[in-house]
Design a protein around this ligand. Structure first.
Ligand SMILES: [Fe+2]
Length: 291
């Protein structure tokens, strides 16, 4: 359980789960935050890994402006983009606003998010954070689940931690989308992000704590036969995502949820077949290679 620091007292911070995650109460993110308030939000983010802000009916521009306070943003180059180049639109509706047919390619694209992953781990400099705004949210389905790899690492037996020291995994976007067949991602989009290597244990810079760093984008593990490496990656993801370690977010309209991709796994539980689910996401780029 993260310890509340003195700077957090001014904001109301309500834990979401015994191990990580907090709701921040009392802020209107349509307005720019003063530096002191922003520093408190950033501290809470670094400590709790997942933050929830309820009732934030924000425009894309306000969403981008808030996100920029945390760092440079990744531009959206993939198949599902909104007009703002920094907004990644995840929606199970077509351009006319109708819920996608069950066999729509775009639906399969969304289903890729049902695997536990951390955003952009397939990039040489992976994402630091993602900020997701619930524009239209379904009832009773389409939840987002989170698991802390920092908590999972801390809970590992020392011998197990030692065995992972120095190990590196290869993350590949082309591999993870290939598991779903045709998802409407072009070869050019896949070529733009060739496979990359990252350590399997990384240091979470703001806290200095170590964290596992595994993701559904892992194609193989350096120095291991491919299948064996995939089994190890799966075993570690299973370790991180034991039910008692998972916070499941049940969306309310205009929730804004942000998570720390350096140490948090997430997945969407389903792509609803009848109810609309429209989410807008910004992605904050990492500051450098994973260490
Ligand atoms: Fe994601």
């Amino acid at each position: 359980m993260p310890v509340a620091t003195a700077t957090e007292q001014a904001l109301e911070i309500k834990p979401l789960h015994p191990l990580f995650g907090a709701e921040i109460i009392g802020l209107d993110l349509r307005e720019p935050l003063d530096d002191e308030t922003f520093a408190k939000v950033r501290d809470a983010f670094n400590n709790y890994s997942v933050l929830l802000f309820r009732r934030q009916d924000i425009t894309d521009d306000q969403h981008v402006a808030f996100s920029r306070r945390f760092g440079e943003l990744e531009e959206t180059g993939f198949a599902i983009a909104a007009p703002n180049p920094y907004i990644y639109r995840l929606a199970n509706v077509d351009d006319q606003g109708n819920v996608l047919a069950m066999d729509a390619v775009k639906r399969t694209f969304l289903e890729v998010n049902a695997r536990w992953h951390t955003d952009s781990s397939f990039r040489a400099i992976p994402a630091m954070a993602s900020i997701l705004s619930g524009k239209e949210v379904p009832e009773g389905e389409g939840e987002t689940c989170f698991a802390s790899m920092r908590v999972a690492y801390k809970a590992m037996p020392e011998g197990r931690k030692k065995s992972l020291e120095g190990m590196r995994a290869i993350h590949s976007y082309a591999y993870s989308v290939s598991l779903f067949g045709e998802v409407g991602v072009t070869q050019e989009e896949k070529d733009a992000v060739p496979p990359v290597e990252h350590p399997m244990v990384r240091t979470h810079a703001p806290t200095g704590e170590k964290s596992l760093y595994v993701s559904g984008h892992i194609e193989s593990i350096v120095g291991m036969p491919v299948e064996e490496g995939r089994l190890l990656a799966k075993e570690l993801i299973d370790w991180c995502t034991r039910p008692e370690y998972v916070y499941t977010h049940r969306w309310q309209r205009h929730d804004l949820v942000m998570w720390d991709n350096r140490c948090v796994l997430h997945r969407a539980t389903s792509v609803p077949s009848k109810q609309k689910r429209i989410m807008h996401r910004t992605t904050i780029a990492g500051e450098g290679p994973v260490v």
